[in-house]
Design a binder for this molecule. Structure first.
Ligand code: SF4
Length: 474
């Protein structure tokens, strides 16, 4: 039995194979080439988009942008690995015309063009809109935590610093006691005084640094800080508390393309519905917009603000329930009927609760003491001398939301099918379940813009196919 044989390495060829012959007509790199050639890099803000008349020639930003887009498409994000790809990968050789920039040039390009990458990501969304790939009928908003470069060990709080200071105090006291014992001649074995003095000095420096940190945090009112990456925050993630950023995305229902995204420092999503919805509305240039999100985005003030801006949100209203002291056995507030006309509630016994006070925008209503005092239902209503009912400052917005959600029972199922696809792809495919490579908001925004652009490009290829997409780009 024989094996399939490869070519002899020293065999010459009469007609050498060109790079172009090695790349199929429907290959990804041809799409990247066509797309980048469409862009006005100067307008997008790329550094060196216009070559200098004098001095050493630089790499064209289009070449480095192609390299990064290809890299994020292939899970190659580090500048050193991209440098290696330039030297060994035929697809990259075709894309860059065999240019082989070193890792520092590649890394500097990413570092210096943060805003331009975000603008390029937007330009692709604009292209998709023009190509009719974005419906704009329904947008699903969701967030996911992406781990920062900094590890949990770099996270400090005033309490942690105090604990560390106490440990340092103990160790300093231990060394001082050793010196005292040596002075009194109580040591069984002679100690190395200079070694102890050096250790003491090191501990005192650590203690001074610790105290400086505590003073700085107090002066700036910080409750937490990540050393080396001040923008990152400790956040709750499915795998426990991590130093991370909360990445928000707005996904169009038609083809699951990400139309807007933001890297935020918010640990929770409940203040992000309105800013994300309004930013998406601006991107899509639509006066009216329907958005959906999960219960984590529930926020009465933001429901109202969205409605005021022409945005119809679909979010399960999520309100805090006070279960302290067995309150759940009393009549639920939903059993009290509100009348907008008289601005009052009617209780289960038909009595009227009138407005008593405003508390941080919430409206507090109460029944009269005489009504409650003689009420047969009082034991099921309140332990106090009269019943109070609080109306949320944006109660009407909550009520409208409840009605909308009842009228659209499938909305949450739709939401899940729209948003879970992009985040699953981004985390596993683009990031390989790894953390960010760049630090701070600026760096993470750059990386996320590149990853999302790669995701959108991949999605567009899947939807249209390469020939159709190339035709649209041509
Ligand atoms: S206790 Fe007061 S508020 Fe409650 S049902 Fe009776 S009258 Fe109405």
């Amino acid at each position: 039995m024989r094996y399939i044989q490869g070519e002899d390495r020293s065999q010459g060829t009469l007609f050498p194979v060109s790079l172009d012959e090695l790349i199929p007509e429907d290959h990804l790199v041809r799409v990247i080439e066509a797309y980048i050639s469409l862009l006005d890099l100067e307008q997008l803000g790329f550094d060196k988009a216009v070559p200098k008349a004098t001095g050493r020639p630089s790499y064209h930003p289009a070449d480095l942008l192609k390299l990064y887009l290809y890299g994020y498409f292939q899970q190659v994000r580090s500048s050193r690995r991209l440098e290696a790809e330039c030297q060994r990968n035929v697809e990259v050789m075709w894309l860059l015309g065999r240019l082989a920039p070193d890792f520092k040039t590649i890394a500097d390009f990413r570092r210096d063009n943060s805003a331009a990458f975000v603008a390029t990501c937007r330009a692709f969304v604009s292209f998709c809109r023009g190509a009719g790939l974005i419906g704009g009928d329904l947008i699903a908003i969701d967030g996911s935590k992406f781990q920062a470069v900094a590890s949990n060990r770099k996270h400090i709080t005033p309490k942690k610093l105090q604990r560390r200071e106490a440990v340092l105090d103990k160790r300093i006291a231990h060394y001082l006691a050793q010196l005292d014992e040596a002075d009194r001649g109580e040591q069984e074995q002679a100690i190395d005084r200079s070694a102890v003095q050096t250790a003491l000095e090191t501990l005192r420096v650590k203690k001074a640094n610790n105290q400086t940190c505590q003073a700085l945090m107090q002066a700036q009112g910080l409750v937490q800080h990540v050393v080396g990456e001040a923008d990152a925050q400790k956040m709750r993630t499915p795998s426990g508390s991590r130093i991370a950023y909360n990445v928000q995305s707005a996904v169009d229902a038609k083809h699951c393309l990400i139309v807007h995204h933001e890297v935020t420092q918010e640990g929770a999503d409940n203040r992000l519905l309105e800013p994300m919805a309004q930013a998406t509305q601006a991107v899509l240039e639509q006066a009216k917009l329907n958005v959906t999100a999960d219960a984590g985005y529930s926020n009465g003030a933001q429901f109202q603000a969205c409605e005021d801006a022409g945005i119809t949100p679909f979010v399960p209203p999520n309100r805090a329930i006070n279960t302290k002291g067995g309150e759940e056995q009393f009549f639920d507030r939903t059993l009290f009927n509100y009348s907008e006309e008289s601005d009052s509630y009617e209780c289960p016994n038909g009595k009227t609760l009138t407005l008593k006070a405003l508390n941080k925008g919430d409206r507090v209503y109460h029944a009269s003491i005489s009504d409650c005092g003689t009420c047969a239902l009082k034991s099921r209503c309140t332990k106090a001398e009269r019943r109070y009912v609080t109306r949320h400052a944006h109660e009407s917005a909550f009520e409208r939301m409840e009605q909308r959600m009842k009228a659209n029972p499938d909305m949450m199922i739709n939401r899940r099918s729209i948003v879970e696809h992009p985040f699953g792809n981004l985390k596993q495919w683009a990031f390989g379940n790894a953390r960010f490579l760049l630090r701070q908001l600026k760096g993470t925004r750059t990386e996320m813009a590149l990853a999302i652009q790669a995701y959108n490009l991949k999605r567009t290829i899947n939807v249209l196919g390469v020939p159709k997409l190339m035709e649209l780009m041509g």
